[in-house]
Design a protein around this ligand. Structure first.
Ligand code: PHE
Length: 362
């Protein structure tokens, strides 16, 4: 093989490289030149059949050729990459001000109860409340006893409690250790006071259970508990807080409310709260939405806090009722029927998170 022949190969390959318009065709040239069966690799194989002095000079020449061609390939690859990028930038314009395209996500919906959970959390978070949680399976002690509902208390009957097997009132289990499906979110009050030092400001959303089922009752439903404990909070704060909540929730400037004297063993005094349904276009009709009151000193003492020092309020909101009110849902039972047609109609888009600034339910 002559030096001349090498020059010819170089010229040819350089021509091919310069003629490449795409990265793919450039890679073809690379394979044909430097690949295992490429032209330059082929030259290398001839070395074995050469005389030693010839071999040295030829080897150097082929290596130089190889370096040359590699360099040219790299340069051309750089040019083509830049060209392709410029091309893509020119053709694939992304308008980042367009709304998010949901794709398959647009099929899914947030259940109205979850939406209302989120709305209420947003409202109370803004007032400085944290979120607390408790288990669905509670002890008799937390669900009743420490909330000042002893086992002979008539309020127990009202609660239509589901007892876990081996935990029936007649079974011989240790006092207070009976397991129940919580009948309200109020046991989270106990858990919070046992685990945190005042000042306390929490809300606790969750599922609750009662053995009751008809047109307006389902065996499982949802509540949000609220608890504030410190050294100064009084009934006026409770009223203000609930009023602010209702205005934000119903997205109105003015909401007519009625505080009715009531009774719960764990609050004293106790009040049930009704709102004028004008908020949902039915003026003059009172709708009960929650139970509330000042936390009973006995409950505070039952959690190891000094009732002479600490005081505060609690409330429990029936979430399903509130959801039906706000979103005009006629039948409670449909809420838990897992019917996709119902979800499509009443559900919310996953990306539409409720915020105070942008609106709760837009
Ligand atoms: N736990 C009560 C219920 O389920 C509601 C409530 C909570 C009342 C907190 C007062 C204070 O009916």
């Amino acid at each position: 093989m002559e030096a001349e022949a090498l020059t010819t190969i170089e010229t040819e390959l350089a021509g091919e490289i310069a003629g490449c318009d795409t990265l793919a065709s450039l890679d073809d040239v690379r394979v044909r030149a430097l690949g295992k069966k490429g032209r330059i690799s082929g030259l290398m194989q001839q070395l074995g059949s050469m005389a030693p002095d010839e071999r040295k000079a030829f080897g150097q020449a082929v290596n130089a050729l190889k370096t040359q061609i590699s360099g040219k390939l790299d340069t051309r690859r750089g040019e083509l990459t830049a060209k392709e990028l410029a091309n893509r930038l020119a053709t694939e314009r992304a308008d980042i001000t367009l709304p998010v395209r949901l794709g398959p996500l647009s099929e899914g919906r947030i259940h109205p109860v979850s939406q209302v959970f989120d709305e209420i959390s947003e409202i109370f978070a803004d007032m400085g409340f944290a979120i607390a949680e408790g288990p669905d399976i509670e002890t008799d002690d937390y669900n009743f006893e420490r909330l000042n509902i002893p086992s002979d208390h008539p309020a127990r009957q009202e609660h239509d409690t589901f007892y876990l097997s081996g935990s029936l009132p007649s079974d011989d289990v240790g006092d207070g250790m009976r397991k129940v499906l919580r009948t309200h979110t109020s046991p989270v009050q106990i858990r919070t006071m046992l685990n945190q030092k005042p000042p306390i400001r929490v809300i606790a959303p969750g599922r609750v259970y009662r053995s009751d089922s008809d047109q307006t009752h389902t065996p499982m439903f949802h509540q949000i508990e609220g608890l504030v404990i410190d050294e100064v909070t009084h009934l006026g704060h409770l009223k203000w807080c609930l009023e602010e909540f209702c205005k934000a929730f119903f997205e109105v400037d003015e909401v007519k409310m009625r505080f009715r004297a009531s009774h719960f063993p764990f609050t004293e005094p106790s009040m049930e709260v009704d709102v004028d349904a004008a908020a949902i276009g039915k003026p003059g009709q009172w709708l009960e939405i929650l139970g509330s009151g000042m936390v009973h000193p006995k409950v505070i003492a039952n959690c190891g806090l000094d009732p002479e020092k600490y005081q505060g309020f609690a409330f429990g909101v029936g979430l399903d009722r509130l959801t039906m009110l706000k979103y005009g849902i006629p039948d409670l039972r449909d809420m838990f029927s897992a019917d996709l047609r119902w979800m499509k109609h009443y559900g919310f888009l996953p990306m539409d998170m409720p915020t105070l600034a942008r609106g709760m339910s837009s």
